[in-house]
Unconditional design. Sequence first.
Length: 63
Amino acid sequence: MLGIVGFGFALRYDRPALDAISCSVPVARLTAGHEGEIVAVMREVRAKIEGAARVASGAVQWR
């Protein structure tokens, strides 16, 4: 969509990856610093989701 920038990260508990997270931000509000914060938080969230999704067998819990 015009005027929106999106960031996306694949969730890596499946190969090939079947799930992802994303964040969309209006271009008018995006600064280089804000972009860095978004990427850092998304990486942190991805790590938490990937860690929480696994059970002892390595299978994803909600599938």
